[in-house]
Design a protein around this ligand. Structure first.
Ligand code: COI
Length: 388
Protein backbone atom coordinates (compact mmCIF):
# COMPACT_ATOMS: atom_id res chain seq x y z
CA UNK A 1 0.00 0.00 0.00
CA UNK A 2 2.66 2.37 1.12
CA UNK A 3 4.65 1.71 -2.02
CA UNK A 4 1.66 2.27 -4.26
CA UNK A 5 0.87 5.52 -2.51
CA UNK A 6 4.43 6.67 -2.94
CA UNK A 7 4.54 5.61 -6.57
CA UNK A 8 1.32 7.36 -7.52
CA UNK A 9 2.39 10.56 -5.85
CA UNK A 10 5.72 10.30 -7.65
CA UNK A 11 3.93 9.82 -11.00
CA UNK A 12 2.25 13.19 -10.75
CA UNK A 13 5.08 15.06 -9.16
CA UNK A 14 8.01 13.50 -10.90
CA UNK A 15 8.74 16.13 -13.49
CA UNK A 16 9.06 18.79 -10.85
CA UNK A 17 10.55 16.64 -8.18
CA UNK A 18 14.23 16.19 -7.66
CA UNK A 19 13.83 12.99 -5.71
CA UNK A 20 12.15 9.79 -6.75
CA UNK A 21 10.93 7.88 -3.75
CA UNK A 22 10.88 4.17 -4.46
CA UNK A 23 9.89 1.59 -1.91
CA UNK A 24 10.99 3.82 0.92
CA UNK A 25 14.37 4.49 -0.64
CA UNK A 26 15.53 7.70 -2.17
CA UNK A 27 16.97 7.85 -5.63
CA UNK A 28 18.04 11.13 -7.12
CA UNK A 29 17.99 12.19 -10.70
CA UNK A 30 21.63 12.25 -11.74
CA UNK A 31 21.08 15.50 -13.52
CA UNK A 32 19.99 17.24 -10.36
CA UNK A 33 22.20 15.65 -7.80
CA UNK A 34 25.13 17.99 -8.10
CA UNK A 35 23.05 20.72 -6.49
CA UNK A 36 21.98 18.34 -3.73
CA UNK A 37 25.18 16.86 -2.34
CA UNK A 38 23.49 16.13 0.99
CA UNK A 39 21.18 13.64 -0.74
CA UNK A 40 19.55 11.17 1.62
CA UNK A 41 21.17 7.78 1.87
CA UNK A 42 23.58 8.26 -0.99
CA UNK A 43 27.30 8.47 -1.25
CA UNK A 44 28.55 11.98 -1.81
CA UNK A 45 29.39 13.03 -5.34
CA UNK A 46 32.62 11.58 -6.67
CA UNK A 47 35.13 14.17 -7.68
CA UNK A 48 37.16 14.37 -10.86
CA UNK A 49 40.26 14.14 -8.69
CA UNK A 50 39.27 10.64 -7.58
CA UNK A 51 38.94 9.62 -11.20
CA UNK A 52 42.22 11.36 -12.04
CA UNK A 53 43.96 9.23 -9.44
CA UNK A 54 42.87 5.96 -11.02
CA UNK A 55 45.80 3.64 -11.65
CA UNK A 56 44.64 2.45 -15.05
CA UNK A 57 47.71 0.24 -15.44
CA UNK A 58 46.85 -1.90 -12.44
CA UNK A 59 43.14 -2.52 -12.61
CA UNK A 60 42.05 -5.77 -11.06
CA UNK A 61 38.52 -6.95 -10.45
CA UNK A 62 37.55 -4.78 -7.51
CA UNK A 63 34.72 -2.35 -7.00
CA UNK A 64 35.39 1.30 -7.68
CA UNK A 65 32.22 3.27 -6.90
CA UNK A 66 31.29 5.27 -9.99
CA UNK A 67 28.92 8.17 -10.62
CA UNK A 68 25.48 6.88 -11.52
CA UNK A 69 23.34 3.79 -11.57
CA UNK A 70 20.09 3.05 -13.37
CA UNK A 71 16.99 2.03 -11.41
CA UNK A 72 13.65 0.81 -12.70
CA UNK A 73 10.76 -0.65 -10.73
CA UNK A 74 7.93 -3.02 -11.41
CA UNK A 75 4.98 -3.81 -9.15
CA UNK A 76 2.20 -6.36 -9.51
CA UNK A 77 1.27 -5.49 -13.12
CA UNK A 78 4.52 -7.04 -14.36
CA UNK A 79 5.71 -3.99 -16.33
CA UNK A 80 8.86 -2.09 -15.62
CA UNK A 81 8.45 1.68 -15.95
CA UNK A 82 10.03 5.00 -15.03
CA UNK A 83 13.62 3.85 -15.40
CA UNK A 84 15.98 6.61 -14.31
CA UNK A 85 19.60 7.29 -13.66
CA UNK A 86 20.41 8.21 -10.10
CA UNK A 87 23.56 8.71 -8.11
CA UNK A 88 25.41 5.49 -7.41
CA UNK A 89 24.81 4.61 -3.79
CA UNK A 90 23.10 2.35 -1.32
CA UNK A 91 19.61 1.14 -1.99
CA UNK A 92 17.11 0.67 0.79
CA UNK A 93 15.19 -2.59 1.08
CA UNK A 94 12.56 -3.87 3.46
CA UNK A 95 14.02 -6.50 5.83
CA UNK A 96 11.39 -8.82 4.39
CA UNK A 97 12.28 -8.19 0.74
CA UNK A 98 12.00 -11.41 -1.29
CA UNK A 99 15.62 -11.16 -2.38
CA UNK A 100 16.91 -10.96 1.21
CA UNK A 101 14.75 -13.72 2.62
CA UNK A 102 14.36 -16.18 -0.22
CA UNK A 103 17.12 -15.30 -2.67
CA UNK A 104 14.81 -14.11 -5.42
CA UNK A 105 17.47 -12.35 -7.46
CA UNK A 106 19.43 -12.51 -10.69
CA UNK A 107 22.46 -10.70 -11.98
CA UNK A 108 24.24 -10.20 -15.27
CA UNK A 109 27.70 -9.04 -16.26
CA UNK A 110 28.80 -7.36 -19.48
CA UNK A 111 31.53 -5.01 -20.56
CA UNK A 112 31.96 -1.72 -22.41
CA UNK A 113 35.28 -0.88 -24.07
CA UNK A 114 36.58 2.56 -24.99
CA UNK A 115 37.29 2.77 -28.70
CA UNK A 116 41.00 2.89 -29.50
CA UNK A 117 40.46 5.49 -32.24
CA UNK A 118 37.91 8.27 -32.23
CA UNK A 119 35.33 8.60 -29.53
CA UNK A 120 32.65 6.33 -28.15
CA UNK A 121 32.38 2.90 -26.63
CA UNK A 122 31.60 -0.66 -27.65
CA UNK A 123 29.28 -2.98 -25.77
CA UNK A 124 29.60 -6.71 -26.33
CA UNK A 125 26.34 -8.52 -27.13
CA UNK A 126 24.10 -6.79 -24.55
CA UNK A 127 20.96 -8.42 -25.95
CA UNK A 128 22.34 -11.84 -25.07
CA UNK A 129 22.50 -10.78 -21.44
CA UNK A 130 19.01 -9.30 -21.65
CA UNK A 131 17.62 -12.56 -23.02
CA UNK A 132 19.44 -14.62 -20.41
CA UNK A 133 17.98 -12.44 -17.70
CA UNK A 134 14.51 -13.10 -19.11
CA UNK A 135 15.06 -16.87 -19.05
CA UNK A 136 16.37 -16.67 -15.48
CA UNK A 137 13.48 -14.45 -14.43
CA UNK A 138 11.01 -17.03 -15.63
CA UNK A 139 12.77 -19.73 -13.59
CA UNK A 140 12.78 -17.50 -10.51
CA UNK A 141 9.15 -16.34 -10.94
CA UNK A 142 10.12 -12.74 -11.55
CA UNK A 143 9.05 -10.25 -14.22
CA UNK A 144 11.97 -9.05 -16.36
CA UNK A 145 12.68 -5.86 -18.29
CA UNK A 146 12.24 -6.14 -22.05
CA UNK A 147 15.36 -6.61 -24.16
CA UNK A 148 15.12 -2.99 -25.28
CA UNK A 149 14.66 -1.72 -21.73
CA UNK A 150 17.68 -3.73 -20.63
CA UNK A 151 19.83 -2.46 -23.52
CA UNK A 152 18.72 1.13 -22.96
CA UNK A 153 19.51 0.95 -19.24
CA UNK A 154 22.96 -0.45 -19.96
CA UNK A 155 23.73 2.25 -22.52
CA UNK A 156 22.55 5.01 -20.19
CA UNK A 157 24.71 3.59 -17.41
CA UNK A 158 27.79 3.55 -19.65
CA UNK A 159 27.25 7.11 -20.84
CA UNK A 160 26.61 8.40 -17.33
CA UNK A 161 29.86 6.80 -16.16
CA UNK A 162 31.93 7.39 -19.26
CA UNK A 163 34.83 8.93 -17.38
CA UNK A 164 35.23 5.55 -15.65
CA UNK A 165 35.70 3.58 -18.86
CA UNK A 166 39.42 2.70 -18.85
CA UNK A 167 41.67 3.86 -21.68
CA UNK A 168 41.69 1.44 -24.61
CA UNK A 169 43.85 -1.58 -23.85
CA UNK A 170 43.85 -1.04 -20.07
CA UNK A 171 40.53 -2.68 -19.20
CA UNK A 172 36.82 -2.15 -19.53
CA UNK A 173 33.77 -0.85 -17.74
CA UNK A 174 32.12 -3.88 -16.15
CA UNK A 175 28.36 -3.44 -16.08
CA UNK A 176 26.35 -5.31 -13.49
CA UNK A 177 22.56 -5.46 -14.04
CA UNK A 178 20.61 -6.81 -11.06
CA UNK A 179 17.02 -7.98 -10.87
CA UNK A 180 15.77 -8.13 -7.31
CA UNK A 181 12.60 -9.25 -5.60
CA UNK A 182 12.48 -5.99 -3.65
CA UNK A 183 8.91 -6.20 -2.36
CA UNK A 184 8.19 -7.37 1.17
CA UNK A 185 6.94 -10.94 1.56
CA UNK A 186 6.78 -13.23 4.57
CA UNK A 187 5.56 -16.57 3.29
CA UNK A 188 7.50 -18.40 0.58
CA UNK A 189 6.05 -16.75 -2.54
CA UNK A 190 7.13 -14.36 -5.29
CA UNK A 191 7.74 -10.81 -4.06
CA UNK A 192 5.06 -8.20 -4.86
CA UNK A 193 7.57 -5.76 -6.36
CA UNK A 194 10.81 -5.95 -8.36
CA UNK A 195 13.72 -3.61 -8.87
CA UNK A 196 16.09 -3.59 -11.81
CA UNK A 197 19.39 -1.86 -11.04
CA UNK A 198 22.38 -1.37 -13.32
CA UNK A 199 25.70 -0.19 -11.95
CA UNK A 200 29.16 -0.14 -13.45
CA UNK A 201 32.78 -0.18 -12.36
CA UNK A 202 36.12 -0.13 -14.18
CA UNK A 203 37.93 -3.48 -14.22
CA UNK A 204 41.03 -5.16 -15.51
CA UNK A 205 41.83 -8.86 -15.20
CA UNK A 206 39.68 -11.07 -12.96
CA UNK A 207 42.26 -13.39 -11.47
CA UNK A 208 45.11 -12.07 -9.35
CA UNK A 209 47.43 -13.90 -11.79
CA UNK A 210 46.57 -11.14 -14.32
CA UNK A 211 47.00 -12.49 -17.83
CA UNK A 212 49.04 -15.45 -16.56
CA UNK A 213 47.61 -19.00 -16.67
CA UNK A 214 45.66 -20.19 -13.64
CA UNK A 215 45.66 -23.40 -11.59
CA UNK A 216 42.35 -25.09 -10.83
CA UNK A 217 41.34 -27.61 -8.19
CA UNK A 218 38.59 -30.15 -8.88
CA UNK A 219 36.07 -30.27 -6.08
CA UNK A 220 34.44 -33.63 -5.46
CA UNK A 221 32.46 -33.01 -2.28
CA UNK A 222 30.66 -29.72 -2.92
CA UNK A 223 28.55 -29.37 -6.06
CA UNK A 224 27.59 -26.13 -7.69
CA UNK A 225 24.35 -27.37 -9.25
CA UNK A 226 22.05 -30.33 -9.50
CA UNK A 227 19.56 -31.50 -12.15
CA UNK A 228 16.33 -29.55 -11.85
CA UNK A 229 18.04 -26.82 -9.82
CA UNK A 230 19.07 -23.34 -10.89
CA UNK A 231 22.62 -23.93 -12.12
CA UNK A 232 21.62 -22.91 -15.65
CA UNK A 233 20.41 -19.44 -14.72
CA UNK A 234 22.36 -16.54 -13.30
CA UNK A 235 20.69 -16.37 -9.93
CA UNK A 236 22.55 -14.78 -7.04
CA UNK A 237 21.78 -17.99 -5.14
CA UNK A 238 24.36 -19.96 -7.16
CA UNK A 239 27.33 -18.08 -5.82
CA UNK A 240 27.39 -18.08 -1.99
CA UNK A 241 27.22 -21.90 -1.90
CA UNK A 242 30.56 -22.16 -3.71
CA UNK A 243 32.43 -19.73 -1.46
CA UNK A 244 33.50 -22.38 1.06
CA UNK A 245 35.12 -24.59 -1.58
CA UNK A 246 36.58 -21.58 -3.35
CA UNK A 247 38.14 -20.12 -0.19
CA UNK A 248 39.57 -23.47 0.79
CA UNK A 249 41.11 -23.89 -2.70
CA UNK A 250 42.51 -20.37 -2.63
CA UNK A 251 44.08 -20.96 0.77
CA UNK A 252 45.93 -23.87 -0.86
CA UNK A 253 47.23 -21.66 -3.67
CA UNK A 254 44.68 -22.51 -6.38
CA UNK A 255 42.99 -19.80 -8.45
CA UNK A 256 39.52 -21.33 -8.57
CA UNK A 257 37.51 -24.52 -8.21
CA UNK A 258 36.21 -26.75 -10.98
CA UNK A 259 32.92 -28.49 -10.14
CA UNK A 260 31.84 -31.98 -11.12
CA UNK A 261 28.30 -33.06 -11.91
CA UNK A 262 26.42 -34.05 -8.78
CA UNK A 263 25.06 -37.36 -10.12
CA UNK A 264 28.03 -39.25 -11.58
CA UNK A 265 30.71 -37.08 -9.98
CA UNK A 266 32.94 -37.48 -13.02
CA UNK A 267 31.77 -34.97 -15.62
CA UNK A 268 33.11 -31.43 -15.56
CA UNK A 269 30.63 -28.60 -15.23
CA UNK A 270 32.21 -25.19 -14.69
CA UNK A 271 34.37 -23.13 -12.33
CA UNK A 272 32.95 -20.74 -9.69
CA UNK A 273 32.93 -17.79 -12.05
CA UNK A 274 33.39 -19.16 -15.56
CA UNK A 275 32.80 -21.91 -18.15
CA UNK A 276 35.39 -24.48 -19.16
CA UNK A 277 36.84 -25.65 -22.49
CA UNK A 278 39.42 -28.30 -23.35
CA UNK A 279 41.45 -28.69 -26.53
CA UNK A 280 42.68 -32.09 -27.74
CA UNK A 281 44.27 -32.66 -31.13
CA UNK A 282 42.87 -29.36 -32.41
CA UNK A 283 39.29 -30.26 -31.40
CA UNK A 284 37.64 -27.97 -28.88
CA UNK A 285 35.15 -29.42 -26.37
CA UNK A 286 33.05 -27.86 -23.66
CA UNK A 287 30.53 -29.35 -21.22
CA UNK A 288 27.12 -29.12 -22.80
CA UNK A 289 24.59 -26.90 -21.12
CA UNK A 290 21.82 -29.11 -19.72
CA UNK A 291 20.46 -26.90 -16.95
CA UNK A 292 23.36 -27.31 -14.54
CA UNK A 293 25.82 -25.15 -16.48
CA UNK A 294 25.51 -21.42 -17.02
CA UNK A 295 25.04 -20.67 -20.74
CA UNK A 296 27.78 -18.05 -20.82
CA UNK A 297 27.74 -15.30 -23.43
CA UNK A 298 31.51 -15.64 -23.83
CA UNK A 299 31.11 -19.45 -23.98
CA UNK A 300 28.61 -19.05 -26.82
CA UNK A 301 30.82 -16.50 -28.58
CA UNK A 302 33.91 -18.72 -28.36
CA UNK A 303 31.96 -21.67 -29.79
CA UNK A 304 30.74 -19.52 -32.71
CA UNK A 305 34.11 -17.88 -33.28
CA UNK A 306 35.99 -21.21 -33.18
CA UNK A 307 33.64 -22.77 -35.73
CA UNK A 308 33.94 -19.66 -37.91
CA UNK A 309 37.70 -19.97 -38.08
CA UNK A 310 37.50 -23.69 -38.87
CA UNK A 311 37.86 -25.52 -35.54
CA UNK A 312 35.67 -28.49 -34.75
CA UNK A 313 33.75 -27.72 -31.55
CA UNK A 314 31.85 -30.28 -29.55
CA UNK A 315 29.38 -29.52 -26.74
CA UNK A 316 29.29 -32.82 -24.88
CA UNK A 317 29.90 -34.58 -21.60
CA UNK A 318 33.52 -33.85 -20.71
CA UNK A 319 34.90 -36.29 -18.17
CA UNK A 320 37.86 -36.24 -15.84
CA UNK A 321 39.51 -38.69 -18.29
CA UNK A 322 39.12 -36.15 -21.10
CA UNK A 323 40.73 -33.58 -18.88
CA UNK A 324 43.70 -35.86 -18.13
CA UNK A 325 44.38 -36.21 -21.84
CA UNK A 326 43.75 -32.62 -22.93
CA UNK A 327 46.45 -30.53 -24.61
CA UNK A 328 45.00 -27.22 -23.48
CA UNK A 329 42.37 -26.10 -21.00
CA UNK A 330 40.85 -22.62 -20.78
CA UNK A 331 38.04 -20.81 -19.00
CA UNK A 332 35.63 -18.30 -20.48
CA UNK A 333 33.39 -15.65 -18.99
CA UNK A 334 32.67 -11.96 -19.20
CA UNK A 335 34.89 -11.31 -16.20
CA UNK A 336 37.65 -13.82 -17.05
CA UNK A 337 37.38 -13.33 -20.87
CA UNK A 338 39.49 -16.31 -22.10
CA UNK A 339 41.87 -17.41 -19.36
CA UNK A 340 44.44 -20.15 -19.98
CA UNK A 341 44.70 -22.94 -17.41
CA UNK A 342 48.17 -24.31 -16.71
CA UNK A 343 47.14 -27.11 -14.34
CA UNK A 344 44.15 -28.93 -12.90
CA UNK A 345 44.52 -30.92 -9.69
CA UNK A 346 42.24 -33.83 -8.90
CA UNK A 347 42.58 -36.04 -5.85
CA UNK A 348 46.23 -35.15 -5.37
CA UNK A 349 47.27 -35.52 -9.04
CA UNK A 350 48.08 -32.45 -11.08
CA UNK A 351 47.65 -32.41 -14.85
CA UNK A 352 49.56 -29.78 -16.81
CA UNK A 353 48.59 -28.06 -20.05
CA UNK A 354 50.22 -26.14 -22.83
CA UNK A 355 49.96 -22.35 -22.52
CA UNK A 356 51.55 -19.41 -24.32
CA UNK A 357 51.82 -17.93 -27.78
CA UNK A 358 51.32 -20.94 -30.04
CA UNK A 359 48.11 -22.21 -28.49
CA UNK A 360 44.50 -22.40 -29.62
CA UNK A 361 43.61 -20.61 -26.38
CA UNK A 362 45.78 -17.63 -27.26
CA UNK A 363 44.42 -17.47 -30.82
CA UNK A 364 40.84 -17.46 -29.56
CA UNK A 365 41.64 -14.86 -26.88
CA UNK A 366 43.14 -12.57 -29.52
CA UNK A 367 40.28 -13.09 -31.96
CA UNK A 368 37.63 -12.36 -29.34
CA UNK A 369 39.25 -9.38 -27.64
CA UNK A 370 40.05 -7.69 -30.96
CA UNK A 371 36.35 -7.75 -31.78
CA UNK A 372 35.38 -6.59 -28.28
CA UNK A 373 37.84 -3.70 -28.38
CA UNK A 374 36.98 -2.69 -31.95
CA UNK A 375 40.47 -3.48 -33.28
CA UNK A 376 39.13 -5.57 -36.18
CA UNK A 377 36.02 -5.38 -38.26
CA UNK A 378 33.09 -6.97 -36.39
CA UNK A 379 31.84 -9.24 -39.16
CA UNK A 380 29.55 -11.09 -36.75
CA UNK A 381 27.68 -7.96 -35.67
CA UNK A 382 28.32 -8.61 -31.98
CA UNK A 383 29.29 -5.16 -30.80
CA UNK A 384 26.97 -2.24 -30.17
CA UNK A 385 28.30 1.27 -30.64
CA UNK A 386 27.64 3.85 -27.99
CA UNK A 387 28.36 7.30 -29.26
CA UNK A 388 29.86 9.71 -26.82
C1 COI B 1 30.83 -12.59 -15.25
O1 COI B 1 31.73 -13.10 -15.89
O2 COI B 1 30.29 -11.54 -15.59
C2 COI B 1 30.36 -13.19 -14.03
O3 COI B 1 29.22 -13.12 -13.76
C3 COI B 1 31.33 -13.79 -13.14
C4 COI B 1 31.20 -13.20 -11.78
C5 COI B 1 30.71 -14.23 -10.85
C6 COI B 1 32.43 -12.56 -11.35
Amino acid sequence: MMLRRILSSVDSQFLNALKLQLGGSSYLSSRSVSSLPEAVGLDSDRSDEENGEMDWDNLGFALTPTDDMYVMKCSRNGYFTHGKLSRYGNIELSPSAGVLNYGQGLFEGLKAYRRAKGSGFLLFRPKENAKRMQVGAERMCMPAPSVDQFAHAVEQTVLANKRWVPPSGKGSLYIRPLLLGSGAILGVAPAPEYTFVVYATPVGTYFKEGMAPINLLIEHVTHRASPGGTGGVKTIANYAPVLQAQMSAKSRGFSDVLYLDSVNKRYLEEASSCNLFIVKGGVISTPYSNGTILPGVTRKSIIELSRNVGYQVSERLVSIDDLREADEVFCTGTAVVVTPVSSVTYQGHSYRYKTGEETVTKKLYEALTKIQMGLVEDKLGWTVNIND
